[in-house]
Design a protein around this ligand. Structure first.
Ligand SMILES: [Zn+2]
Length: 445
């Protein structure tokens, strides 16, 4: 453990174990399973904290090897093929044959990669079966669909000749390709640092949280997790912010039992945020509770918006389609009669809505569920930027959403609020403890 020994002592107190779980939506773990998961998390965290501190892939023989905290990014989910191009032919092997071989790929020629009849085919070459692992000779020298990424690639057959492309790399290298896609180019350095810590906490949570159905990846490369653009997305500001905060994460809970939590963030809270409990049915977590910030983020172009007007026939179609896609309750609803605000949080932001159909049947949806449902297969100009509207007028043939505020789910850190605080001279550490009440910073690795 050597030079990071003091980190382990400092972090072991602070990190404790996970008691919260749950995806972006409404999945909860039973208490018994959460306790069992907690025990397993101690083991995982021990392993995590004892790993060597490293950042960039190092060259080992002819191919690069990975060191540090590895994150698995699902670049391309269940696709028929991708195209690969390399400055230098990478090393490859499969889970069926671990012999390392150099891929016979002409330099700078784009070749299709497919998986059919239990065989990987790259260009016209068959590479065998199982998972296909590609290790670049030089970090970043292999492009997937013409985009370069750091680290390694793992290609996984997922059935029906479809394949997943997973990018495995050091978490801080990953974050350098996230920040500039999540934060505006002209924003303050302190905002970049705050975002680096939040994105690291979010990614580590996704990596370490116990799952009922284990999966071969940790995060998506888009807004389902965090937007990641690989090397092309890196900027000097994104690299500086990640380096300046390397290893620092947010934890919440009692001093001796703090834990990494799912550090949600969104673009603009619209003045009143909502809790992860209201938005995603998560267990209550004070660090992710609602706040009233007044007009702090009013510089955002989405601080106020609307009205949004949608015909009820069209809303009925979207609500049914959303319900069918999620096996939800609105799948077979009759024609929509009305949408009404059912519950507001303590600062007045609506967090629950009631749908009533023509037969008088009522459906209760969280604000986020309503937003996803209304935005399902929607045309531009008829979507909700957030679930925060002041009122809804139900005309006979249309619904009018009035007084919209904010952009995104409005849970956790508001990026426009953070930028306003940075511009006012606040340090990122203080900004983060305002964004996540009673949370604190610690070193995870
Ligand atoms: Zn805000």
């Amino acid at each position: 453990m050597g030079r990071i020994g003091h980190h382990i002592v400092a972090s072991a107190h602070a990190l404790g174990c996970f008691l919260r779980a749950g995806r972006r939506q409404s999945h909860r773990l039973p208490v018994g399973r959460m306790l069992a998961a907690c025990a397993s998390m101690m083991i995982i965290l021990t392993v995590l904290l004892c790993w060597p501190c490293g950042c960039s892939p190092k060259t080992d023989g002819t191919a690069t090897t990975l060191q540090g905290q590895i994150i698995r990014v699902r670049l391309h989910p269940a696709v028929d093929q991708v195209f690969i191009r390399a400055d230098q032919p990478p090393i490859y092997y499969t889970t069926a044959d671990s012999t390392r071989r150099q891929l016979d790929l002409p330099p700078n020629v784009s070749a299709p990669v497919t998986y059919s009849a239990d065989q990987w085919i790259v260009g016209r070459t068959s590479l065998g079966r199982g998972e296909l692992i590609l290790r670049p000779i030089v970090d970043g020298s292999v492009r997937i669909n013409d985009k370069p990424y750091r680290g390694h690639y793992r290609m996984i057959p997922v059935g029906g000749a479809k394949l997943d492309v997973i990018n495995e790399l050091d978490i801080d290298e990953y974050l350098k390709g996230v920040l500039a896609r999540e934060v505006l180019a002209g924003w303050h350095d302190e905002t970049y640092k705050a975002q680096a810590i939040v994105a690291r906490t979010y990614a580590l949570y996704e990596k370490l949280v116990p799952r009922q159905a284990p999966r071969h990846w940790d995060v998506y490369a888009d807004t389902r997790s965090q937007v990641y653009g690989g090397i092309d997305a890196e900027t000097p500001k994104s690299r500086d912010a990640v380096n300046a905060t390397a290893g620092i994460v947010l934890v919440a809970g009692p001093d001796a039992h703090g834990k990494i939590f799912k550090a949600y963030f969104s673009s603009c809270c619209g003045g009143i945020s909502q809790s992860s409990m209201h938005a995603f049915h998560d267990p209550y977590e004070e660090a992710l509770s609602e706040q009233n910030v007044g007009s702090l983020c009013s510089a955002s172009p989405k601080f106020t918006w609307g009205p949004i007007v949608v015909m009820k026939d069209e809303l009925t179609r979207r609500l049914r389609q959303w319900g069918a896609g999620r096996n939800g309750i609105t799948k077979n609803m009759a024609s929509l009669r009305s949408i009404d605000i059912e519950l507001r949080n303590r600062f007045g932001r609506p967090v629950r809505y009631t749908l009533t159909d023509s037969q008088g049947t009522r459906y209760s949806l969280s604000g986020e569920e309503l937003r996803w449902a209304v935005n399902t297969d929607a045309s531009p100009g008829t979507t909700l930027n957030s679930s925060f509207v002041e009122s809804i007028i139900n005309d006979s043939d249309r619904a009018r959403f009035l007084g919209g505020h904010g952009w995104g789910h409005g849970v956790g850190m508001c990026q426009w609020c953070t930028e306003a605080r940075s511009q006012a001279g606040m340090r990122h550490e203080d900004s983060l403890t305002l964004a996540y009440p009673r949370a604190r910073l610690t070193r995870a690795y």
